[in-house]
Design a binder for this molecule. Sequence first.
Ligand SMILES: Cc1cc2nc3c(=O)[nH]c(=O)nc-3n(C[C@H](O)[C@H](O)[C@H](O)COP(=O)(O)O)c2cc1C
Length: 212
Amino acid sequence: MEIDESVINLINKKITGFKLLGIGSSLRKNSSSNKILKMVLDKSQRYGANTNIIELSKINFPIFNPNKPKEISEDIKKINDHIINADAFILATPDYHGSMSGGMKNFLDYYWYEFSGKIFGYIVSSHEKGLTVMDHMRTAIRQCYGWSLPYGVSINTEYDLDEYSNISNPKLLLRIENMSRDIVIYGKLLRMQFIYDTNNKEPTTFAFQSKN
Ligand SMILES: Cc1cc2nc3c(=O)[nH]c(=O)nc-3n(C[C@H](O)[C@H](O)[C@H](O)COP(=O)(O)O)c2cc1C
């Protein structure tokens, strides 16, 4: 494959207005997954992301009930615009029984088309590696026609933090840097193409099919 100079310029261009939304699903005080999520969001601003965070511990999210889809809480109404307008997401969860937290799954159940064509990154706090947790989130997002970064960030508080709760594992720090960059750089490319395909109503694309 040969890449035209103009494409390289586009890839390297610092974009503005790229909205990256983090979802922190742990309800635990001093949650480690929420801590890493905030770090990734902060660092991604260097690559041009406008970041926001939704911490499910601060939101009234009743169990999703398909019989009453319109009965949503005032809290949910407030965050809906953030979800709709986000260009990319980072989902952060503790490992609960090898899967995502119930709060995260319940959050995902509320949305579908809002996720299509957008890229997702995953952060898991686990005593293992959290691989099955990431797989479960990936599967849920794939069902909604979302893209996923091919790796995630996993934190094991026992080994990755020092006595002051600072990150002591250089490999974890590198992963955090990787995700902060890649979610914006790859997210931008995928999102631009998706919006282009949707606007041009090109029927052979999945973008067209998922919006019609
Ligand atoms: C109900 C429950 C189930 C859990 N299941 C697992 C598990 O299967 N594997 C694991 O490594 N840790 C498990 N844990 C431990 C949490 O994943 C771990 O404490 C994590 O660091 C918490 O993340 P947080 O600080 O973001 O809340 C479980 C904890 C709870 C409360």
